[in-house]
Design a protein around this ligand. Structure first.
Ligand SMILES: NC(=O)c1ccc[n+]([C@@H]2O[C@H](COP(=O)([O-])OP(=O)(O)OC[C@H]3O[C@@H](n4cnc5c(N)ncnc54)[C@H](OP(=O)(O)O)[C@@H]3O)[C@@H](O)[C@H]2O)c1
Length: 356
C-alpha cells in the first residue's frame, strides 16, 4: 500500500501541515502528500500553487473541478477518490465538519489505515497529544484519532510535567485551575478579531470550558482520572499566541529547583526569560520552521510561584499551532508504522527549543 497522507482543508492548520509534510516527506516515510480544497478562489490561488510546487497534489469535488482549472490550479483527484486511495487522512476542517466528513466519507473508506481530526471534533476518536498519551494508542485497533486543541495540549503538558513529575507520580494531582487567555484570531485570519478582552461562558457544568474537559478525557485514555480540573477562557485583543495561567494543587511538597528540573527533563517544554507573547512569537518567526516552534508550551520560569510546597502557580505561552501540528504529524506517522514513528519524528527535533 502506498504511504499517501491526505490533508482535508487548507486553513490555519491545514496549510502549514501540508507544507511541513511535503518538506519532510522522505524522512517521515511518506510517499505522497495530497490535499483537498473545496472552494476555488483567486485569493487562495497563490497558496495552492505554492503547495503544488512543493510536491503536493490537489483534490476537490467533481463540481469544483472546472472552477479550479479555470483559475489555473490543476486538481489531480476528486474528493472521495483522494480519501480512498490514502493511507492516512488528516482532517483540518472547522467545527463539526470533521464529524460530518467521518459519516460521509471516512467510515466507508475501509482500506485507509486511519483518520486524524483536530481540536473542535469532540467524539471523532481516541484523543491524542504527542508526549502525553502515546502509550494509549493501540496498533490495528485505533483508526480514528482526535488531536486535542492547542490549549488542551498546553494544559496537559503542564499537568504531566509539574504535577505528575513527567509521569512518575500519577497520583500527585489534587486539582488544577486554568485561565486560557486566547489570542483573538490568527495572523492568517481576517475575521474574529476582538477589540477588547471578551470572557467566555462556562458551558461545561463540571469542567468550565472544553479545555479542562478535553484534558480530563485525554488522561482517561491512560486510565488516569483527574476530576478536579477546571478551565475558563477569555479572548484578548492580541493576534500573537495564547497565554495560559495555571494553579495546581499537589499532594507531595515540591521546591522551585525540583520544578525547574522537571521542566528541563521534558524536551517538549521550553523555558524563557521573556515575559510577553510577542517576544516569544517573534522568536518563532525568526528561528522556527516557517515561523513555528513545535514545543508544547513555553514557560516564563521567573513567573512561577510555589506556596506551602503544594500550590504551584504560573503562566505559559502556547506556541501558536505548533503543538497541534506536531501531534498531527506524530499520529499520522504512528498510523503508518507504530514501530518506527518515534525514530522518524526525530527529524523535527531542530524545532524544539530548550530556551526561547
Ligand atoms: N487555528 C488554530 O490556531 C488552531 C489550533 C489548533 C487546532 N485547531 C483546530 O483545527 C481545525 C481547523 O481550524 P482552522 O483554524 O485551521 O480552520 P480554518 O482556518 O477555518 O480552515 C478550515 C479549512 O477547512 C475547509 N473546510 C471547511 N469546511 C469544510 C468541509 N465541510 N469539508 C471540507 N473542507 C472544509 C476550508 O476549505 P475551503 O477554503 O476549501 O472552503 C478551509 O480550508 C479546528 O478543529 C480547530 O479547532 C486550530
Amino acid at each position: 500500500m502506498s504511504r499517501i497522507v491526505h490533508v482535508v482543508g487548507t486553513g490555519t492548520i491545514g496549510e502549514p501541515l501540508i507544507g511541513l509534510l511535503c518538506h519532510y516527506k522522505d524522512k517521515l516515510g511518506i510517499d505522497e502528500v495530497t490535499f483537498n480544497k473545496r472552494t476555488p478562489l483567486y485569493t487562495d490561488r497563490s497558496k495552492v500553487k505554492n503547495l503544488l510546487e512543493r510536491g503536493a497534489y490537489l483534490s476537490t469535488s467533481p463540481e469544483a473541478m472546472s472552477g479550479f482549472e479555470k483559475l489555473g490550479m490543476q486538481p489531480s483527484f476528486e474528493t472521495r477518490g483522494a480519501i480512498e486511495r490514502s493511507a492516512v487522512v488528516i482532517d483540518c476542517t472547522p467545527s463539526g465538519a470533521g464529524l460530518a466528513n467521518k459519516e460521509e466519507y471516512y467510515k466507508s473508506a475501509t482500506s485507509v489505515k486511519g483518520f486524524v481530526a483536530q481540536g473542535s471534533e469532540f467524539g471523532f476518536g481516541k484523543m491524542y497529544a504527542r508526549g502525553i498519551n502515546d502509550e494509549a494508542l493501540i496498533p490495528e485497533e485505533d483508526r480514528f484519532l482526535h488531536v486535542v486543541s492547542c490549549n488542551t495540549h498546553n494544559l496537559a503538558a503542564i499537568i504531566k510535567t509539574m504535577a505528575l513529575g513527567n509521569g512518575t507520580m500519577p497520583d500527585n494531582l489534587i486539582s488544577a485551575d486554568f485561565v486560557c487567555m486566547r489570542r483573538a484570531n490568527d495572523v492568517s485570519q481576517d475575521a474574529g478579531f476582538a477589540p477588547s478582552p471578551r470572557v467566555g461562558r462556562h458551558k461545561d457544568e463540571k469542567f468550565g470550558t472544553h479545555h479542562a474537559r478535553d484534558a480530563y478525557h485525554l488522561f482517561r485514555t491512560l486510565n488516569l482520572e483527574y476530576g478536579g480540573l477546571f478551565s475558563s477562557a477569555v479572548k484578548l485583543n492580541s493576534q500573537y499566541m495564547h497565554t495560559l495561567r495555571f494553579r495546581l494543587k499537589v499532594k507531595e511538597p515540591t521546591t522551585m529547583e525540583q520544578l525547574l528540573t522537571r521542566v528541563k527533563e521534558n524536551d517538549r517544554l521550553a523555558r524563557t526569560y521573556k515575559k510577553s507573547s510577542n517576544q516569544v512569537f517573534s522568536f518563532g518567526r525568526d528561528h522556527g520552521f516557517f515561523g513555528r516552534i513545535l514545543n508544547q508550551t513555553v514557560i516564563p520560569h521567573e513567573a512561577l510561584s510555589i506556596v506551602d510546597g503544594t500550590d504551584i502557580t504560573g503562566f505559559c505561552f502556547t506556541p501558536q499551532d505548533g503543538n497541534s501540528l506536531l501531534s498531527s504529524v506524530a499520529s499520522s506517522c504512528w498510523l503508518l508504522d507504530p514501530d518506527t514513528y518515534e525514530e522518524k519524528l526525530q527529524v523535527l527535533k531542530p524545532w524544539f527549543f530548550e530556551e526561547v
